[in-house]
Write a protein of this length. Structure first.
Length: 305
């Protein structure tokens, strides 16, 4: 119980820190939302009136206190540019972003686990060098650049997938691959390192001495134990996928939270920027919380830390 309470407290503290940091950053960056809304030909009196309506003319401490009070009640406020509820705008776009992150994560795991295992079992072989070369390339290539290449090859030249927009599974294939390749490269290295360590332990030597088949030793004994550290890293990588979706959505013109945030930044829409970033931070924190709980169930020793 103490383990769960400590993790929940850490989650709440993380979200509050992110919320405070975002509140400060969006107001330090040059630009006045009232000027964006009023336009270049607006009169000074109109700009003052818009500031009063938006509440940006109040002291920062008053704005922060009022905003934090609403945040505690999960009220992200109203968008400056559209006048709609920030919560409604985010929840409307979130399923697409989550689907993109989940598919990217699935691709990363499906690629990483078997390649990491094979690379560890056939260490220093041609297969191992090939897999390591893939990880080096995967880590070096930016996801947005890979997305552009995938669009050019599979959409423009081969016409196998839609070029832009959303509407079905086919629209998520290329952006998911663009997101998943880099994460798979990192996870392969984690799986490979964990498997090499496990294959050198005494219980593996004992299993081999008993005459067990090598495939059984690798899959039934070494792999489950090697996946413990991978589980924690995978949860963090899923959070990175949510963040990386912001750029990928722009490349593929997907109407998710990423594009919503970019539009909010251009419009200096404080409530929408803050709400979007905090919502992603909450999801990221919840994912890590779930990973911590699962890891503690699989390995009870971590509960005492």
């Amino acid at each position: 119980m103490f383990f769960l309470l400590r993790r929940i407290g850490r989650l709440i503290l993380t979200v509050l820190m992110v919320a405070s940091l975002v509140f400060i950053i969006v107001r330090v960056i040059p630009g006045d939302p009232a000027l964006v809304i009023a336009g270049v030909d607006a009169k000074p009196a109109d700009i003052v009136a818009i500031r009063a309506k938006l509440g940006t003319d109040r002291p920062l401490s008053v704005q922060y206190g009022d905003w934090l009070w609403h945040l505690v009640r999960l009220d992200f406020g109203t968008s400056f540019s559209s006048g709609e509820s920030v919560s409604h705008l985010i929840l409307d776009r979130f399923p697409l972003t989550m689907s993109l992150a989940l598919f990217g994560f699935l691709i990363a795991v499906v690629v990483a686990v078997p390649l990491g295992v094979v690379s560890a079992v056939r260490r220093w072989s041609a297969v191992d060098y090939t897999v390591m070369a893939y990880t080096q390339i995967g880590l070096a290539i930016p996801a947005f650049w890979l997305g552009i290449i995938l669009l050019l090859f599979f959409s423009v030249w081969l016409h196998l997938f839609p070029l832009f927009g959303s509407g079905g599974f086919s629209h998520l294939v290329l952006p998911s691959i663009a997101l998943g390749v880099g994460r798979s490269a990192l996870l392969i290295r984690i799986v490979r390192g964990a498997m090499i360590e496990e294959l050198q332990r005494d219980y593996i030597t004992t299993a081999r001495a008993k005459g067990l088949a090598e495939s059984r030793i690798v899959l039934r004994h070494a792999l489950p134990n090697a996946l413990f550290p991978v589980l924690t890293v995978a949860g963090i990588q899923f959070g990175y996928l949510l963040g990386g979706a912001i750029i990928i959505e722009q490349v593929f013109s997907l109407p998710g939270i990423g594009r919503l945030l970019l539009q909010a930044i251009s419009a200096r829409d404080f409530p929408l920027i803050q709400g979007g970033v905090i919502f992603v931070a909450i999801v990221f924190s919840l994912v890590n919380f779930a990973v911590d709980v699962l890891y503690s169930v699989a390995n009870p020793k971590v509960r005492v830390r």
